[in-house]
Design a protein around this ligand. Sequence first.
Ligand code: MG
Length: 292
Amino acid sequence: MIRDSAIGGVISGLSQVFFGKRMIIAKSQKDLEKMRAVGELIAEVREELRMLAAPGVTTLELNAAAEKMMRDAGSIPTFIGYKPHGMVAFPFAICASVNEQIVHGFSNDRELRDGDIISLDMACTLNGFVGDTAMTLPIGTVSDELKQLIRVTEECLALGIEASRVNGRVGDIGWSIQQHAEKYGYGIVRDYTGHGIGRSMHEAPQIPNHGRQGTKEKIRAGYCFAIEPMLNLGTAETKTLEDKWTVVTKDGKASAHAEHTIAVTPDGPEILTLTKGQKRALNADKAETVAA
Ligand code: MG
């Protein structure tokens, strides 16, 4: 995710200096092949963590498993050492954010407990391109309130992806997410946003999780986005802990996060952060829909 005011400001500021306006990089077919490869890899890591996360497991164990998988596959954990201007370097391969933590949570030796929810955000770099994905998982049995928060966050992600269409606008994505989240009265985090992605984890444009249809940057074929709604049970307001990274809700209520890296193609949005198996299942579904 990208800090709306700080990092985004630096990126847009720099590109304004060099290019006169925010530059969005459209990917070539060759670049897209590399984005697909890294997307599949980070999706495999995500699904491994989905299997591992359970009561009694620590976030340090999840972090170690993710880092090993990334390195064994020849990729670099993108988050380790990530150091936006004026910040301290991020020390872990994943962001592990439990309960009221929204994003950027540090891994530690606290065991996950029945009833927790955990957001796991991860990225790796392979052949010079970055894949970025996140999910929120229930640990053991969680309340219906938390189950709904997770489900609606995933639905918002799907709606944001669906709105990522050639000749649409970035504001369409935020609007799609916002109108669904607001039906449930959830706080939509505004201090952090989705982002363009490619050779760098954070490229232009910023992709807020709220907005108005028909506003902001025009969407073109070849754009790659990390779309990532962050929804809170209570207030949208955030604060950062003393470690300078971990972001929590101001009211201490739970937060959920879901993210995919996607490519905009003339045929519609393509989710890059799916495993081979998930892609096969998706294509089978599509074929069935066409047949029916
Ligand atoms: Mg991201």
